[in-house]
Design a protein around this ligand. Structure first.
Ligand code: ATP
Ligand code: MG
Length: 177
């Protein structure tokens, strides 16, 4: 099936994060949750599969929406450190006890106490996120405290775009015309 074939290309992870967050804000706001970007996003270039990375971020935000009570806050951020992009979603939700950390990325694993606000949960979302991160030679990290909130971070190899490259290129092209 051609639709299942990964297609890798250089892409701007900050643009992708902006797009998915914008899209999911409507869903979050409908559940009385704030959804914001942590600016500035690092201008990271990742050699990756656009659709799969979108899916990963969608799944993480979807979880934060499901497991954060109304009036809570969700934030999406992107940092660059040591040759790696760090894309994270953090929330002020119910959190996950550390005893669950070893299993949380397993297929069909769900925390018993989790009461999703929507009924369709199967426990596949994070397993899919993990496989997407691994397909990009990266991984997922989890930080969480019950009753306080959760942050899940995708760490993948990346390079940093020169943020003024476009301006510089335009300027030099202008001189040569
Ligand atoms: P699906 O994603 O298939 O709809 P799911 O959300 O239950 O179902 P996962 O996304 O794999 O499954 O998450 C596994 C479990 O981890 C969840 O059932 C929930 O218990 C816990 N979890 C995941 N994200 C969060 C979060 N942001 N806050 C609190 N608990 C979470
Ligand atoms: Mg999920």
């Amino acid at each position: 099936d051609a639709a299942d074939k990964p297609s890798f290309a250089d892409l701007r992870l900050d643009d992708l994060a902006r797009g998915v967050t914008e899209h999911m804000r409507i869903v979050a706001n409908a559940d009385q949750l704030e959804l914001d970007l942590v600016e500035p996003l690092a201008p990271c270039i990742v050699h990756g599969d656009h659709d799969r990375l979108r899916r990963l971020l969608f799944n993480l935000i979807d979880n934060s929406v499901k497991y954060t009570p109304a009036e809570g806050r969700i934030r999406v951020g992107l940092d660059f450190r040591h040759g790696q992009a760090r894309l994270y979603v953090e929330d002020t939700g119910i959190g996950i006890a550390s005893e669950h950390f070893p299993n949380i990325f397993d297929r069909f694993y769900r925390v018993d106490s989790a009461r999703p606000r929507h009924s369709s949960a199967t426990g596949l979302g994070l397993a899919i996120c993990q496989s997407i991160a691994v397909a990009h030679e990266g991984d997922l990290e989890i930080e969480s405290q019950p009753g306080r909130g959760t942050r899940i971070t995708m760490v993948v190899p990346a390079t940093l775009a020169e943020s003024d490259r476009r301006v510089t290129t335009t300027a030099s092209t202008g001189l040569n015309v």
